[in-house]
Design a protein around this ligand. Sequence first.
Ligand SMILES: *Cc1c(COP(=O)(O)O)cnc(C)c1O
Length: 397
Amino acid sequence: MQIYADNAATTKMSRTAIDAMLPYLEEIYGNPSSLHSIGQRAKDALMEARQRAASVLGCQAREITFTSGGSEADNQAILTAAAIGAKTGKKHIVSTAFEHHAVLHTLDALKKQGFEITLLDIRENGLITPNQITEAIRPETCLVSVMYANNEIGTIQPIPEIGQICWEKGVLFHTDAVQAFGHLPIHVTEQQIDMLSLSAHKFYGPKGVGLLYCRRGIPLTNVIYGGAQEGGKRAGTENVPGIMGMTAAMEEAAANIERNRRKTVLLRDRLIRELSAIPHSILNGDQEKRLPGNVNFCFEGVDGESLLLMLDQKGIAASSGSACASGSLDPSHVLLALGRPYELALSSLRLTINENNTEEEIDFIAASVSETVDKLRKLSPVWQDLLSGRRDFVTKE
Ligand SMILES: *Cc1c(COP(=O)(O)O)cnc(C)c1O
């Protein structure tokens, strides 16, 4: 059996998204800045795509900037707020400890430039409260940036409430909605979001394309300088095929949210139930307020990386944490932020399923994980120490 359970890392493109791209690879390949008709046809398509993307998000076309993906959109949103803050002497930013590295590393760079960063504690369930935001905002705060849903543990933050608080306090609010889009209803105007990042390859669109919604009146800062594309705020020949594929994927995902959610939640809860039966396992992140397809566990005494590789041999594609952190031996910053001890954080497994998985696949995943955890524990010196009492268990039986 081949089972793909790593949809938080990236998704397989939908047929709709591929079909939407093909004409712009094969026929209408002109540069939208060219004056000839093949260029102008590409320009028309781009205009139409911007309008369609705006309709899905509940904003105006001119509030959409197409980018190379989620990372670029996150960088541009944060640097925009920082530039505005620097001009008015407001150099304090509020965010959380479990943001994506595209946010955290941009904040690190701003810290070196004299910004003060408050990273809110996400507590043991992986959620912040609106009250934490209220208390963290100061007169010199220029930005609040909180991700809509987390890429590792799938927890969903109270975004409309945070939007309301920021609006009342007159502070810019950015949300990285890369994982949330296609799973949760998003309307930037109703939810009082000033800036929002999306990435197409997380919702069955192509890789290397995303967008930044930025409310009108907020002057965007360039991350890439050059030509006058995207209103002069993002230089570079537009990725027209990618943008067309993303727009089609956005419409498709938004139209199917409810149906996909219902199917996926049943599969997710079945998998959580089955994996919870493994002794000394613990679910990471709140069980209710989590993305429909996200399952993330720690298995005490097991090396997460070995578990991942052995599951791959059984045909199951999973993740030990975030794809960006793989290849390094550091435990996930998200699990550490949850308060998981260092050793336990290294024993994690993330399975991100979708509506196309079957119950049979879920049962096969659960049986494979159970068998592999057993096998790895038998070989693990840490597990022997736990059994003999030389080391204390952190998790319950
Ligand atoms: C994948 C991801 C990103 C980065 O998006 P890219 O398009 O791969 O640059 C940013 N934030 C979150 C939450 C993500 O899951």
